[in-house]
Ligand binder design. Structure first.
Ligand SMILES: Cc1ncc(COP(=O)(O)O)c(C=O)c1O
Length: 383
């Protein structure tokens, strides 16, 4: 089995790293520029966020040592759930240990037998696994295609029993869901819209609250999920909705009920990060300056960045082995990144998934653009 995976050029091994500063890591004794971190706002090493985590250890200890429904719901949760809901314009929030578990919790608990889930074909694996665990019928619509969604709604939708699930920014392609069209369809067909804003939170919208704000639809999904483990530089995730949905999840979502609550340090770090980004737009503005710089450098070199729009920059290479070859070329030059291959992305679209973070300096970005361009030429991706 493993030989088969190796033969396909699809073998994965773990590379251990130690972060040096927001943009660099040490691996095997060598320093690399990290081109694949999801810490878009570079907050995981921000002094205020780190101090909050340290102080929480002093006040609360290292673990909660119980599930949320027993004695794990320390008071840090209460404030953070309220802050997350306020930030994104929802009534109620509920924190889960991870985004993976939040998605499983929502989708395996709320839609049930006799319901229909419509899902974008490139939705994240956590949503795919969640649908597998749900007893609802699944209908897959073409990526970011509201016309295909409507065709399928006409054919399969059941009034009051239909759900549409989409990521806001697709994690491997960096492109944006047509949320305005999806919400317009929701108003006509009456489905429940579930939005996963893992990669939009802290980045999109005038105040950075996410992709719903970008579309003028802040707080308008029926169920919203976002994470603390990406732009917020911490760990954990939250679901936002009205009180009934949240109470139902507290009572029925197995990934909420049967697992230990988050450690105090993670909750305190998330709170500090959220307070920083909600009160100071310069974090997202600095990130956007870097996004624009990297994107324009790569576009002028001739790369096809597909429909991507934010910090996630896909460079589609094609074959698994070619993606690995290009990744190795860049690792040799001091750039840390991974080749993304099936089943994470569809066969034949293996890629480098670059990410831009706020902590990059101009000099680091110039070096990255130069090295990626040289590797892209060798791979014949660009002239
Ligand atoms: C779109 C999307 N949803 C959910 C998740 C899961 O979040 P977490 O890493 O907190 O489990 C991820 C992260 O990989 C993601 O990219």
């Amino acid at each position: 089995m493993l030989d088969e995976i190796r033969g396909q050029g699809n073998y994965r091994s773990i590379r251990y790293v130690r972060p040096l500063c927001p943009a660099t890591v040490v691996h095997g004794g060598k320093e690399y520029l990290n081109l694949c971190s999801n810490s878009y706002l570079s907050l995981h090493l921000h002094p205020t966020v780190m101090a909050a985590a340290r102080s929480a250890v002093g006040d609360y200890g290292t673990g909660t040592c119980s599930s949320r429904s027993v004695s794990g719901s320390i008071d840090l949760y209460e404030r953070l759930e309220a802050s997350a809901a306020r930030y994104k314009g929802y009534r109620k929030g509920l924190i889960f240990p991870t985004g993976y578990m939040a998605n499983i919790g929502i989708v395996s608990t709320i839609p049930g037998r006799g319901d229909v889930i419509f899902s974008d074909e490139l939705n994240h694996s956590s949503l795919i696994d969640a649908m597998r665990l749900s007893h609802a019928k699944k209908v897959i619509y073409r990526h970011r295609d509201p016309e295909d969604l409507e065709r399928k709604l006409k054919k399969h939708a059941i009034p009051e029993r239909s759900f549409v699930i989409t990521e806001s920014i697709f994690s491997m392609d960096g492109d944006m869901a047509p949320l305005a069209d999806i919400m317009e369809l929701r108003d006509r067909y009456g489905f429940c819209a579930i939005v996963d804003d893992a990669h939009g939170t802290g980045i999109f919208g005038r105040k950075g609250s996410g992709v719903e704000e970008h579309w003028g639809l802040k707080g308008k999904a029926d169920i919203h999920m976002a994470t603390f483990g990406k732009a917020m530089g911490s760990f954990g995730a939250f679901v936002l909705s009205d009180a009934v949905v949240i109470e139902y999840l507290i009572n029925r979502a197995r990934t909420f009920m049967y697992t230990t609550a988050l450690p105090p340090a993670a909750l305190a770090a998330s709170q500090a990060a959220l307070d920083l980004v909600a009160g100071d737009l310069s974090f997202k503005e600095e990130l956007w300056r870097n996004i624009d710089y990297m994107r324009s450098g790569l576009l002028s070199a001739g790369f096809d960045l597909k429909q991507s729009v934010g910090p996630i920059v896909p460079i589609v290479v094609g074959k698994d082995a070619d993606a690995v070859k290009m990744q190795k070329m860049l690792m040799k030059k001091g750039f840390f990144l991974q080749a993304i291959r099936p089943p994470t992305v569809p066969t034949g679209t293996s890629r480098l998934r670059l990410t831009v973070v706020r902590g990059f300096s101009r000099e680091q970005m110039d070096k990255a653009i130069e090295a990626i361009t040289a590797a892209g030429r060798k791979m014949k991706l660009i002239p």
